[in-house]
Design a protein around this ligand. Structure first.
Ligand SMILES: *Cc1c(COP(=O)(O)O)cnc(C)c1O
Length: 387
């Protein structure tokens, strides 16, 4: 998309990262979105409706489960935050429920969204069905082929799935197509799925996902009477990670994130944006992005569709720069080993995305006897064909 206007406002920036780099027609719309978000998110009846749906529709609070056999295996005390048990099977619904309530309050008559593997598309279609609002999901044609089951789920939920044929037909292209549609149909509500893109999305998505770390804090204090020493999450665009970290940023808690290294850092089949990315403006924000030799955004790769994105949320670029969060690449192979290991040790089949966080925990916590929480962002029913 075009890089026309930027809003120079501190509220959209995380250090030198973030901002709103969008065409003028969108800038006004996004500013209006932010103003509405600020207004409604402070209203008691909005909060009440959001929390009520999280409780009775999503099934929150999600359990904080002490994984005894994994703890023994690793040599640390490990709890799993069970986002895999949410309705639709991952953390993504926390955000879609929050934004759909906002869309409804703003009088939107149509929801649009982008999706890669289809997880965000399914969560959006679910939330739109719940509210009785029309929904269009943009998805690359490579992905609609690869993820037929999620395409069928979205259609069953009443959403229209629009196949995007440009580019490689993957997530990056779906985002471009959704942004393009949004520019032409400013009456629609664009429900973005991660803590990425132009202001106000990184801020809004973090707000709705922070429920994860609010709950972790309360639950671990109840169980252990102290804070964890380490919190670990996987990172695609960065929404489950920022949700799991948000309420620990000012505490003496080590924060680790696992990004998809794909086939390795020295191959070009990787999604390790924080390790290898360069600062640039990409899809509406100034952040890090994987680039090719000419300096253009390149196609990423990870076995985990949810981690397969060349960009990254601007707050994470900032948290890396100030050294508050450590970002580690985890290869496909390491993630697949952890996928199998957790299934066998705990009877929990993790999403292949979440398995990256498990793999990182095994590497970083081995024999350290630390109290740690791993955010298990989703369940692995969609990934069982991997083995
Ligand atoms: C989408 C997804 C991710 C990656 O997205 P973030 O915005 O980085 O959280 C991770 N885990 C699961 C299960 C997902 O569906």
């Amino acid at each position: 998309m075009e890089k026309e206007v930027m809003i120079e406002k501190e509220e959209g920036f995380f250090g030198k990262f973030g901002g709103m780099y969008v065409p003028a027609v969108l800038a006004g719309k996004l500013q209006d979105l932010y103003d509405n978000f600020v207004k409604f998110s402070q209203e008691d009846n909005f909060k009440k409706e959001y929390l009520n749906l999280l409780k009775n529709y999503v099934g929150r609070p999600s359990p904080l489960y002490k994984a005894k056999r994994l703890s023994e295996y690793v040599g640390s005390e490990i709890y799993l935050k069970r986002e895999d048990l949410n309705h639709t099977g991952s953390h993504k619904i926390n955000n879609t429920i929050g934004q759909i309530l906002l869309a409804k309050r703003m009088g939107a008559t149509e929801i649009i969204a982008e999706t890669g593997a289809g997880q965000h598309g399914v969560a959006t279609a679910t939330s739109a069905a719940l509210m009785g609002i029309k929904c269009k999901v943009f998805m690359g044609n490579t992905d609609t082929e690869r993820q037929k089951m999620n395409v069928n789920r979205m259609r069953l939920l009443g959403a229209e799935v629009i196949e995007v044929k440009q580019g490689q037909g993957t997530l990056k292209d779906a985002v471009d197509a959704a942004l393009g549609y949004y520019v032409e149909h400013p009456e629609s509500y664009y429900l973005l799925g991660s803590a990425v893109g132009p202001h106000p999305y990184p801020t809004m998505v973090r707000y709705f996902q922070s429920v994860i770390s609010q709950e972790i804090k309360k639950q671990i204090l109840e169980e252990e009477n102290r804070l964890p020493e380490t919190v670990i999450a996987c990172i695609g665009g960065g929404s489950n990670a920022i949700g799991a970290f948000a309420n620990f940023l000012n505490d003496d808690v080590e924060l680790l994130a696992a990004e998809g290294a794909g086939e390795g850092l020295d191959t070009n089949k990787t999604a390790a944006t924080l390790t290898l990315g360069k600062q640039m403006i990409f899809q509406g924000a100034d952040s890090l992005c994987l680039v090719d030799k000419e300096g253009n955004p390149m196609d990423s790769y990870s076995v985990a569709a949810g981690l397969d994105y060349p960009g990254i949320g601007p707050e994470h670029a900032y948290l890396k720069e100030i050294d508050r969060v450590q970002y580690h690449p985890v290869t496909d192979e390491e993630a697949l080993d952890a996928f199998k290991l957790l299934s066998e040790l705990e009877g929990i089949i993790p999403a292949i995305e979440s398995a990256h966080a498990i793999a990182l925990a095994i590497k970083e916590l081995k024999g350290k006897n630390k109290l740690a929480v791993i955010n298990l962002s989703g369940r692995g029913d969609k990934d069982v064909h991997r083995l």
